[in-house]
Design a binder for this molecule. Structure first.
Ligand SMILES: Nc1ncnc2c1ncn2[C@@H]1O[C@H](COP(=O)(O)OP(=O)(O)OP(=O)(O)O)[C@@H](O)[C@H]1O
Length: 339
């Protein structure tokens, strides 16, 4: 890989709950090169959103999140910064500027009492130091770029006046207004119908090609992964269990969990590298264990068709297989543990 724009090593996040501290994300490592898309996939509760929020420093204060590890981000000026070690002021200066995030539900990041134009213009004014007029000009340009009809009029409307699909476009416009070099998109289209979903993903892909932005794409949808991602990291119970280039992962899944996920997809879609697959992850028999009472050893053990006694001895290390992919399973032949 060319030198990564983001390199995450050993990211671990725990929360204080009434029942004690729970480990939601453990030892997550990955890298994304400029212009590349990494998809983070896994069932609900596997730690995808916690990973994204940890990188952005966006956990609620009340959650008493404890975040460990390193996340080295290369800034536009070439400076490398560890996102997990930045103070709030320096992180705020990056967020919405070089580093942006799109959420599943746009109303969580759109301000209901400000017009669309005001919100985008304000973000541009703040980060780019331009005046109000230039901020508005940029806002209009962005709304046109994300193909919002009658953009000049929409600029003066409030979020509640727009449809779900339009609000999602506004979020993309806002996230992209300062030309971020890294965008974290957490289930950005899940709430939308399939046609609008496809339009918005195509739009994000186009903007990414034009700007060379890196994308961390959090999703349940394996069809979308096959179509838009370069590489995939599969998460289970807070850990990455397999990471590989997208074609290799779909052609030959190695971890029993990844195999289970792909087995739930139609055969044709699987053979075609998933291009036709538009399914969300379908349940594998059994349930993800509670983070309050993790099983001994491999977290997937209780649901694994290849389970053996040795799986319960210790959490398997993430290790590199002969073809370069990373797998966390003692039943898969690997060569060396990944540091
Ligand atoms: N603030 C919090 N306090 C306590 N536990 C939390 C908190 N936020 C997340 N968790 C727990 O961390 C685990 C991972 O959650 P996360 O939201 O990252 O999953 P996810 O893979 O993004 O799921 P989904 O696809 O449903 O969004 C879950 O068990 C969740 O309940």
């Amino acid at each position: 890989m060319t030198s990564p724009r983001l390199e995450v090593t050993g990211l671990s996040t725990s929360f204080a709950t009434d029942a004690g501290r729970i480990q939601s994300v453990a030892d997550v490592s990955f890298a994304i090169a400029p212009g590349q898309t990494l998809a983070l996939v896994g069932e609900s509760g596997s730690g995808k959103s916690v990973t994204s929020l940890s990188l952005m420093g966006l956990h609620a204060r009340t959650s008493q999140a404890q975040v460990e590890g390193e996340a080295w981000f290369v800034r536009r000026d070439g400076q490398r910064v560890n996102l997990l070690a930045l103070d709030e002021a320096r992180l705020r200066a990056l967020r919405g500027n070089e580093l942006a995030m799109i959420f599943q539900e746009p109303m969580t990041s759109l301000n209901p009492v400000l017009t669309i134009g005001d919100q985008i213009a304000e973000s541009v004014r703040l980060h780019k130091g331009v005046d109000r007029r230039a901020g508005f000009a940029r806002a209009l340009q962005m709304l046109e770029l994300v193909e919002i009809p009658a953009a000049a009029r929409r600029l003066h409307e409030y979020p509640h006046q727009l449809s779900g699909g339009m609000r999602q476009r506004v979020m993309i416009a806002m996230a992209m207004a300062c030309e971020p070099t890294l965008l974290i998109a957490d289930e950005p289209t899940t709430a939308l119908d399939v046609t609008i979903q496809a339009q918005i993903l195509a739009l994000m892909g186009r903007l990414q090609k034009e700007t060379g932005m890196s994308l961390l794409f959090v999703t349940h949808n394996l069809g979308v992964v096959a179509q838009y991602a370069d590489a995939v990291a599969v998460m289970y119970a807070g850990r990455i269990v397999e990471a590989a280039p997208v074609r290799e992962l779909f052609a030959q899944p190695a971890h029993p969990y990844t195999r289970g996920l792909l087995a739930c997809l139609p055969g044709v879609a699987r053979r075609q590298g998933m291009a036709a697959g538009r399914k969300r992850l379908v349940a594998i028999p059994g349930q993800v264990s509670s983070p309050l009472a993790p099983p001994p050893g491999c977290a997937f053990g209780p649901r694994c068709p290849q389970h053996q006694a040795a799986c319960d001895a210790a959490v398997p290390a993430l290790a590199r297989a002969a073809d370069g992919r990373k797998v966390r399973c003692i039943a898969v032949p690997t060569e060396e543990a990944v540091a």
